[in-house]
Design a protein around this ligand. Sequence first.
Ligand code: ASP
Length: 325
Amino acid sequence: MATAELHTYPHRHLLGIEGLSADEITVLLDRSEEYVDQNRRVDKKQSLLRGRTQINLFFESSTRTRTSFELAGKRLGADVINMSAEASSIRKGETLIDTAMTLNAMHPDVLVVRHPHSGAVNLLAQKVDCAVINAGDGSHEHPTQALLDALTIRRRRGRLDGLIVAICGDILHSRVARSNIQLLITMGARVRVVAPPTLVSPLFERMGVAVHHDMGSGLDGVDIVMMLRLQTERMQGSYVPSVREYFHFFGLDYQKLAAAKPDALIMHPGPMNRGVEIDTDVADDIDRSVIREQVEMGVAVRMACLDVLTGHLSNDPPRKAAAAE
Ligand code: ASP
């Protein structure tokens, strides 16, 4: 990576969108664009990360994120190891820090970590010598999801600033919502969140978003409709009266979508629960839904993040653990 670019992405890790400037986000999105083209070629492989080791450490289930980080690393030529909590010593009672220190001793260059607890990835990053990418921590942040969403929108609309984006559903428990709000506001978009009062807190207004409890007003005139899954794994007790009622008031169908701009894009980070937060025909609408494109952008964004965070590594002795982020 060129030295000039190092100055525009000065962080050692990618732990969240919070704290990134518009320029730093733009560096990552511009780099991702190059990888979109590479991924559409027959020969998708590069040797940029040859000799580098990437460990994907997943303490929570994942389909898209884990697979795309694996593909991303392999397409850049890294050696990629996948570890899941079920198959590791974590089940034998090893602490997160001990696991981190053990892996650190094997000299990985990048750790990609998903964990059910907010802040766990941050803690782990303070204990290791290598770059750490947050692949989702509890309901806190999921930075690469926000970046791939932004890339999808930017490619379709040519910009992010000035757009009106509605993020709908279980805002309270969603790391996707938090990362997207941070990114979109930093990039000059206007964000609304739409949810029943049980699934959003008025505190979100402090992040600079408008809170709506009705899909009619929330979707009125928006450019982008982003739907979220009910994060039942993070709920204790019941937050909605019934799935049927939830779909009736908050599930995206054509009737509710009519309030948005006629060309508004439909997005969803997956996994989708059809008939709960989104009607199946709307999800599959090839003119409006960019859900598959989000998955494609995910690989490119993760390649860009691996590139930017590890591409400059040399054969110098390992840096000291717990250096500033
Ligand atoms: N895949 C996203 C996440 O890991 C969204 C979801 O699970 O609903 O947060």
